[in-house]
Ligand binder design. Structure first.
Ligand code: GTP
Ligand code: MG
Length: 170
């Protein structure tokens, strides 16, 4: 039979990295050029067929602004998965992503699947974070890594699918 499994997922990352845009793409299949900065956090859900199961993602899209940093543990504690997002055109956002990974490793749940998303992969001419550097960092830290684009939809469903699949073996 077709089982439904709930998976709590949180997105973390710098202001403007594209967390809300990735969620909007995944949940509604849409993209907007002028996405408003998130206040606090926003909740979404979306289901995805993964092998013989239906995974129902319960998604917390957190705000990247520093003033909301102290709220983050409420969302990542108890999460089955976290997607840490940076913008491939913005090295400061990659630095911020590494800080999130450190915080998750120190304060988060040991079993949380952590994925690193190098977003805005459509903006190759403006790239400042080499894919190889991020890939090596992810490998060293046991993270799943993909470059994504909320704008063109590249790898957006794929990253959720991979997380859904990884979470079946827990
Ligand atoms: P906060 O809510 O402030 O933490 O930001 P956020 O991480 O949610 O970023 P948001 O999704 O609001 O995106 C910021 C800006 O980047 C918006 O103007 C988006 O249109 C743009 N953007 C997001 N993803 C992409 C992408 O994949 N490609 C391009 N070209 N632009 C993107
Ligand atoms: Mg947002």
């Amino acid at each position: 039979g077709n089982k439904i499994r709930n998976a709590k997922l949180v997105l973390l990352g710098d202001v403007g990295a594209g967390k809300s845009s990735l969620v909007l793409r995944f949940v509604k299949g849409q993209f907007v050029e002028f996405q408003e900065s998130t206040i606090g956090a926003a909740f979404f859900s979306q289901t995805l067929a993964v092998n013989d199961e239906t995974v129902k993602f319960e998604i917390w899209d957190t705000a990247g602004q520093e003033r909301y940093h102290s709220l983050a543990p409420m969302y990542y504690r108890g999460a089955a998965a976290a997607i840490v997002v940076y913008d491939i055109t913005n090295p400061a956002s990659f630095t911020r992503a590494k800080k999130w990974v450190q915080e998750l490793q120190a304060q988060g749940n040991q079993n949380t699947i952590v994925a690193l998303a190098g977003n805005k992969a459509d903006m190759l001419d403006a790239r400042q974070v080499p894919a190889e550097e991020a890939k090596a960092y992810a490998q060293e830290n046991g993270l799943f890594f993909m470059e994504t684009s909320a704008k063109t939809a590249i790898n957006v469903n794929d990253i959720f699918y991979e997380i859904g699949e990884m979470s079946t073996i827990l």
